[in-house]
Write a protein that binds this ligand. Structure first.
Ligand SMILES: [Cu+2]
Length: 358
């Protein structure tokens, strides 16, 4: 009975939408929501899900996304590790790290079911670390703070998205993304050896490897309540020019959303992510001088799995010209994390997207 009522509400909503969007000549005024293919913020999934919608034939969408990630403290497995414990094995102890990504994306509806997407990105990362206090030739050297920075173009993603669902009330989108290694994996900066040194694995803006990402996204945007789930895998295909390969990445997530007002959709999302460890070793010539002293230069200290919770909001502007714009935000914290070896702990991520549909 409940499902019948839900269906009736959904169907009447779809019918009202169709009436509202059709002018006298029968053409769609705002093709964005035609056949539920898209995609104003009200109809979209949380912003962390990039492959959740397609566009009707001939429609463009452009977006800018800013993603900020913060890390602090060290962990071994699922447990926190103090700085003095790090000093027992290493000379350097990473303290905090922030990573920022700027992403530009374009989408185009090739047919009503098939959409192409291109995304380029710029990444910057900064790490604050400390050097163990020491006694050298009878002189006491106090603990010193050091900063490492690395930035540059990141990898480019080209995606094909196809809606395999025949129903207007939901989308089931199969996606295939090619990862083009446009990002640097040879970014340099200052480390304990001096200037112009190769920056550690986790700070490199690109992977340097070709990759492929199959994904499946199921989204059911309702009039009030919406829900969905997705799964994807980023598979790296070759070693990069530095002689190593970033591990594969797997993710699955599920979400629910609620339309609070006609311009605001709030969402909750849970995500499981698994980053496999890096294989091979960087051929950076001075690596042997830092590898025993700095845990961020050791391949065994890469890869982790994480369970995270996210809160999001999709804001769809209503008035005239502004109705082409959406503002999507989502913030998340990991509530369980298991790292390989000794690594920094993730603390938060925050994503903001401004999108424009033509
Ligand atoms: Cu879009």
């Amino acid at each position: 009975m409940k499902s019948k009522i839900l269906c009736a509400i959904l169907l009447s909503g779809t019918a009202l939408n169709a009436i509202a969007q059709t002018n006298d000549s029968g053409e769609s005024k705002t093709p964005c929501c035609y056949k539920n293919s898209c995609c104003n913020g009200n109809n979209q999934s949380p912003v962390g899900i990039m492959t959740d919608h397609i566009h009707p034939k001939g429609e463009w969408m452009f977006s800018y996304t800013n993603m900020l990630m913060g890390m602090s403290g060290m962990a071994s497995g699922a447990n926190g590790v103090s700085k003095s414990e790090v000093y027992n094995s290493y000379m350097m102890a990473p303290g905090t790290m922030t990573m920022q990504m700027h992403m530009l994306m374009a989408m185009y509806g090739v047919t009503d079911r098939f959409t192409m997407m291109v995304m380029g990105a710029y990444q910057s990362a900064g790490m604050k670390m400390t050097m163990k206090p020491m006694v050298m030739q009878g002189m006491e050297m106090p603990e010193q703070t050091m900063y490492m920075d690395a930035g540059g173009l990141s990898d480019t993603r080209v995606s094909a998205l196809y809606n395999i669902s025949q129903k207007d009330s939901r989308r089931i989108i199969a996606s295939l993304t090619a990862i083009v290694p446009t990002g640097r994996c040879d970014a340099q900066g200052i480390n304990m050896l001096g200037a112009q040194q190769w920056m550690p694995y986790s700070m490199q803006p690109g992977t340097g490897s070709w990759g492929i990402t199959p994904g499946l996204t199921w989204a059911h945007p309702g009039e009030k309540w919406g829900y969905g789930a997705d799964a994807l895998g980023e598979l790296r295909l070759n070693d990069n020019s530095m002689g190593y390969r970033v591990g594969n990445y797997y993710r699955a997530s599920a979400w629910g959303s609620y339309r609070c007002t006609n311009f605001l959709n709030a969402s909750l999302r849970a995500e499981y992510a698994n980053q496999q460890s890096t294989s091979g070793v960087s051929n950076y010539s001075s690596l042997r001088y830092v590898v025993g002293d700095d845990p961020s230069y050791i391949v065994a200290n890469t890869g982790r799995s994480m369970l995270s919770a996210y809160v999001g909001a999709n804001i769809h502007f209503q008035k005239n010209f502004l109705s082409h714009f959406d503002l999507l935000i989502e913030g998340g914290i990991p509530f369980f994390e298991h790292v390989n070896g000794l690594q920094m702990s993730n603390q938060f991520s925050f994503t903001t997207t401004l999108q424009y549909s033509l």
